[in-house]
Write a protein that binds this ligand. Sequence first.
Ligand code: ATP
Length: 238
Amino acid sequence: MSDLLTLSGVSAGYGAIPVLHDINLTVAAGSIAAVVGANGAGKTTLLRTIMGQIRPTAGSIRVDGTDLAAVKVEDMVRHGVALVPEGRGVITELTVDENLRLGGLWRRNSAESARTLAQVYELFEPLQKRRTSAGHQLSGGERQMLAIGRALMAQPKLLMLDEPSLGLAPRITAQILALLAQLRDETGLTVLLIEQNVRSALSISDHGVVLNLGRVVASRPAEELASDTELRHTYLGF
Ligand code: ATP
């Protein structure tokens, strides 16, 4: 399988404060990679750096062969990169339908957008029933589905999610993670996932990356990471 995302020697931070140090990371096309690690390890910073919200001070980031250094953050979606931020970013005053349409707004071909919208509704049945409900009327799980659905409206090659299970009941978390696996299996979507729920995340992931103090301390097949007791005790607390 070819690599969709490649980070080579990436360092980044906030102003003079370095957070990420010499990150090397690849995510194979059509796979799910989970980034795990303690609070403050730099997971969110990593996603924000890939998204272009923070510019690396060193190294390079390539998506599907394109170097992202020259790509503006607002153009990132055109290059196939979408981020579902922590807290989800749903616009609560707008309806489900309006939120989803916003996600496809930049696309010129409206017939194609309509097709993607139908696919999103097919995938997230609860949203279909709530099309005309305002964002604030949704449950936590529905909001998370909406945030993912909105990102999918851009038909990304790489979908990044920051803590999609935050505040959700375990059953709903399992549903959301299963949907990500379904998307990978059925559409070949590539996913980069940050999760506190390490066990659940690794169970649907192909690859796992452990970050500690802004450095990659392990990068291995997910199954192998999950069964490494010493690594789990040292970095993941279980
Ligand atoms: P969490 O799970 O707590 O969100 P994380 O692994 O996602 O943790 P980051 O949020 O990336 O970690 O934070 C990494 C480091 O960067 C922390 O030391 C944090 O204090 C620092 N940091 C995060 N955001 C900023 C900011 N806007 N300005 C300065 N430092 C920041």
